[in-house]
Design a binder for this molecule. Structure first.
Ligand SMILES: [Zn+2]
Length: 259
């Protein structure tokens, strides 16, 4: 049985820690900072065996070097298409990561858009999606086009609906604030807001969410819904003919309102 728990870093990053009762090995995803990881591992008597990286941004990679000083035998997995020092196992879509200590395999998906080489890890009913998908949102397009990101999110949307979605940031309430402009009457979105508010008040993460829930509340996964198309066309002030165009308009709309 795989245990997955969050290590908080910086103001709103989550470094996901994977462990198993059957082993003293642990794996972390996107360690932007080393110290909170080392503290968590030492508290739980765990030894780091692998690091999974989704993309090159420093808040996802900044802890790698120091972690390798502490745990020199750890294997570093990451995207083949990005310049990240210390990667032992470069990965692209179709590759599989076998973490034997934890008894789990992850399939790699290419999801360009936020960065050009961004990958995600899918396995054991969990998706580690970095900054590609957030709960009720998605990553900004720093290195990709709306067409690319829209296709990447469609690929994620095709995974099983009960997939648990482990995003790398606690952005959910901000994202809901924007999503309500797009779909003010979506009852599932308002229910998600109540749920997320309660989770934050208890000091808990709003993650993981499930892919099924995201499909019901995340405007960036709902570009095929008439209300989302209509709202995007109102923002763009023109007719939008493809889901990529609708996605692009919603992304631009959010960028114009929020940092
Ligand atoms: Zn990023």
């Amino acid at each position: 049985m795989l245990n997955i728990s969050p290590i908080t870093a910086f103001s709103d990053n989550y470094i996901w820690l994977l462990s198993s009762k059957k082993s003293t090995s642990a794996v972390v995803v996107d360690p932007g900072d080393a110290l909170p990881v080392i503290v968590a591992l030492e508290q739980q008597d765990l030894e780091l065996s692998a690091i999974l990286i989704t993309h090159h941004h420093v808040d996802h990679t900044g802890g790698i070097r120091r972690l390798l000083m502490h745990y020199p035998s750890a294997t570093v997995y990451g995207p083949t298409g990005e310049h990240i020092p210390a990667i032992d196992q470069p990965l692209k879509e179709g590759d599989r990561v076998c973490l034997e200590d934890l008894g789990v395999n992850f399939d790699v998906l290419d999801v360009p858009g936020h960065t050009a080489g961004h990958i995600t890890y899918f396995g054991a009913g969990a998706l580690f999606c970095g900054d590609a998908l957030f709960s009720v949102g998605c990553g900004r397009l720093f290195e990709g086009t709306p067409e690319q990101m829209s296709a990447s999110l469609a690929k994620i949307a095709a995974l099983p609906q009960d997939t648990k979605v482990y995003c790398a940031h606690e952005y959910t309430l901000d994202n809901i604030g924007f999503a309500k402009w797009v779909e003010p009457d979506n009852p599932e979105l308002l229910a998600r807001e109540d749920e997320a508010n309660a989770q934050r008040q208890r000091g808990e993460p709003t993650l993981p969410s499930s892919l099924g829930q995201e499909l019901r509340v995340n405007p960036f996964l709902r570009t095929h819904i008439p209300q989302v198309k209509q709202a995007a066309e109102q923002f763009a002030d023109r007719e939008l003919d493809s889901v990529a165009e609708i996605f692009g308009a919603v992304r631009e709309w959010k960028d114009s309102r929020y940092d």
